[in-house]
Design a protein around this ligand. Structure first.
Ligand SMILES: [Zn+2]
Length: 225
């Protein structure tokens, strides 16, 4: 089964006037930051399993930088019976790093579709492209230079059925908390890796719980957060 990340870069004007300049970086490479954005790269960074962007021929990690916690809303499309699983998935990342990285609330008044609106939202999609029916979910991230600005998560509710912690009838179903842990990893900027100890593996089998970020995931996050 495939989980897939759609990475879309949007172009926004970068304002330099009156900006606060300081040097920052992590492990490898230094960047000139303006209002929390990496503007000029003076050396490539380790990817640390993050999505990367190329800036002035240097590889930079794409992340929220210091702009955390990342706030997401559960849209009314998502059945409320799954709220506990979604909140628990966020807590897996927060407890892994000992920081409040992700904050999720339900907003039943939010009805806008996925868009570059700087509202990070989780959707339950009963419509799904037939040629991508093997995707369990899709997380879109949008960034400028290397700073994440927006993310939206869509769960494929057309082609898959999900189960919750404690459910006894799992046959053929996908563990929703595990799926959300993976997708929230993308929302933080993480890429797929093949490491069997990582929740960022591409495939999640049915009837399988993989809801605990591994040491490799924790080490990745520490490069940025
Ligand atoms: Zn994925």
């Amino acid at each position: 089964m495939f989980r897939w990340i759609h990475c879309q870069r949007i172009l926004l004007p970068t304002f330099l006037v009156g900006a606060l300049l300081f040097l920052g970086g992590c492990n490898k490479g230094f960047t000139l930051k303006i209002e929390d954005q990496d503007i000029f790269a003076f050396g490539a960074q380790d990817s640390c399993n993050f999505i990367t962007a190329t800036v002035l021929s240097n590889t930079l990690r794409v992340s929220w930088k210091s702009d955390t916690p990342v706030n997401l809303v559960i849209t009314p499309s998502v059945p409320e019976e799954f709220d506990t699983e979604i909140l628990s998935a966020a807590d897996k990342w927060n407890s892994t790093l000992g920081k409040n990285l992700i904050h999720i609330t339900r907003d039943n008044s939010f009805s806008a579709p996925p868009a570059s609106d700087r509202v990070n939202a989780i959707y339950w999609s009963t419509e799904w492209d037939s040629d991508q029916a093997s995707q369990q979910a899709r997380t879109a991230i949008r960034w400028d230079v290397s700073k994440l600005l927006d993310t939206d998560i869509r769960v494929n509710a057309k082609n898959f059925i999900y189960y919750k912690n404690g459910d006894t009838n799992k046959a053929g179903k996908i563990h929703l908390e595990s799926l959300l842990v993976h997708e929230l990893g993308h929302a933080l900027g993480l890429s797929h890796i093949a490491d069997l100890a990582s929740v960022m593996q591409t495939h999640l089998k049915s009837e399988t719980s993989r809801n605990q970020p591994g040491a490799v995931d924790s080490d990745s996050l520490k490069c940025e957060y």
